[in-house]
Design a protein around this ligand. Structure first.
Ligand code: FAD
Ligand code: DHB
Length: 396
């Protein structure tokens, strides 16, 4: 096999939101990088995931010059609905947080915008690579190795490597196990998510607690709805033909006596996502820095995963810039700086998840405690403010 040596400043593993945004933020600072990705460009641009951006994430994308389509097509939301016991209540983020909002703009669109921007500016992204390896991490010249589709093996000497390769990536596994503290929890349920060609039946997201399990009505555009149902953790998608999904969504989201109905339409994407909390610390080993899902996973109920990936790389870009100029202090603080926000979001996501989902086999005490908490949220400005400031994103 032919091997081609190479050189870059920062080797980036993974072309998800974390890796692509890091590459862009580094380029703005005049730092060169190479991004490697096991999937094809088309796959990365089509993979359906998150949809809600915090205030701070939108600001960051705007400041980085990445928001022209986001500003045209993103949908600003000033709150959410909480539904339980047959009632639907609005939590008004603008009023509770002094004007803060969230923006509905799909992760797939952010990934498309980032890939276009990087390629238009001469950025290097190698798609469909195999056998990614990172090595010599405890030296000042770590190496990123990968094979491109025509069979040539690349060995790129870097000043630092960013592991942005998601939960199943290879980078985290290169940190000696004895140095890592892994804290994790699996939940006894999963989300079945659909995208449907039908105008949303709501102006803002509905998070619904129901005896059959959680349901969420989200959206992507004025003509596309995104909906989720709590299902069994090992649920097979074959058990859920489209009509069964609509019937169950209708049951869990219905508001008896209100006249509200759930509009149905053709389903064009369907998937099941497991629910997990996972934090791996520290987020650095030598010249390897982890960011996004490579270092932490939250259950999706608080819409935090994508926002955490964005805030990690917003901290990492200036840290690497300083490190490459011979000032290691900011890079030394990278992991601790990120982990404070990661743990806040881990707590919020756990709290939203356990308040809204039905735990299989749980007694009536659990359901009553959830309902008591939900009632408190709509009765107490203090409680609602806590939800609102966490959902829209705490300043770090
Ligand atoms: P990723 O987006 O996972 O990107 C990592 C990239 O690295 C991938 O493109 C992968 O192919 C690549 N890669 C992996 N291994 C290698 C390798 N060896 N070499 C090269 N490249 C590699 N969050 C929410 O807030 N709301 C949601 O509704 C929601 N839904 C989700 C549904 C699913 C199925 C999943 C998996 C996640 C979901 N998330 C959601 C979480 C959110 O999408 C993630 O937090 C976000 O994608 C993190 O971005 P990232 O760049 O860190 O990781
Ligand atoms: C979406 C996903 C979430 O996890 C969430 O809490 C809200 C919205 C979405 O995909 O639109």
């Amino acid at each position: 096999m032919r091997t081609q040596p190479g050189r870059t400043q920062v080797g980036i593993v993974g072309a998800g939101p974390a890796g692509l945004l890091l590459s862009h933020l580094l380029a703005l600072r005049g730092i060169e990088s190479v991004v490697v990705e096991i999937r094809s460009r088309a796959y990365c641009e089509a993979r359906q995931r998150a949809g809600v951006l915090e205030d701070g994430s939108v600001r960051l994308l705007r400041e980085a010059g990445l928001a022209s389509r986001l500003d045209r097509e993103g949908l600003e939301h000033g709150g959410i609905y909480l539904q339980f016991a047959g009632e639907r209540h609005h939590i008004d983020f603008r009023k509770l947080t002094g004007g803060r909002t969230v923006t509905v703009y799909a992760q797939t669109e952010i990934v498309k915008d980032l890939i276009n921007e990087r390629l238009a500016r001469g950025g290097e992204i190698a798609f469909e690579v195999t056998d990614t390896e990172v090595d010599r991490l405890d030296s000042e010249r770590p190496v990123l190795c990968y094979t491109i589709p025509d069979g040539i093996r690349h060995e790129v000497v870097c000043d630092a490597i960013a592991g942005c390769d998601g939960f199943h990536g290879v980078c985290r596994q290169r940190i000696p196990a004895g140095l890592l503290r892994i804290t994790e929890r699996d939940y006894p349920y999963a989300w079945l998510g659909i995208l449907a060609d039908v105008p949303p039946s709501t102006d803002e997201l509905i998070y619904a607690h129901h005896p059959n399990g959680f349901a969420l009505h989200s959206l992507r555009s004025p003509t596309t709805s995104r909906l989720y149902l709590q299902v069994e953790p090992d649920e097979s998608i074959e058990n859920w033909p489209d009509q069964r999904i609509w019937d169950e969504l209708g049951r869990r989201l219905e508001l008896p006596g209100s006249g509200w109905t759930l509009k149905q339409g053709p389903v064009f994407d369907k998937s099941v996502t497991p629910m997990r909390s996972f934090v791996s610390a520290p987020m650095r080993y030598g010249r390897l820095f982890l960011a996004g899902d490579a270092a932490h996973i939250v259950p999706p109920t608080g819409a935090k995963g994508l926002n955490l990936a964005i805030s990690d790389v917003a901290v990492l870009a200036p840290a690497l810039d300083a490190l490459l100029r011979g000032e290691p202090g900011v890079a030394d603080a990278y992991s601790d700086n990120c982990l404070r926000r990661v743990w806040r979001s881990t707590h919020f996501s756990w709290w939203m998840t356990t308040m809204l989902h039905r735990t299989p086999g749980a007694d009536d005490m659990e359901a009553q405690l959830q309902l008591a908490q939900l009632r408190y949220l709509i009765q107490s400005t203090a409680a609602a403010t806590s939800l609102a400031e966490n959902y829209t994103g705490l300043r770090s």
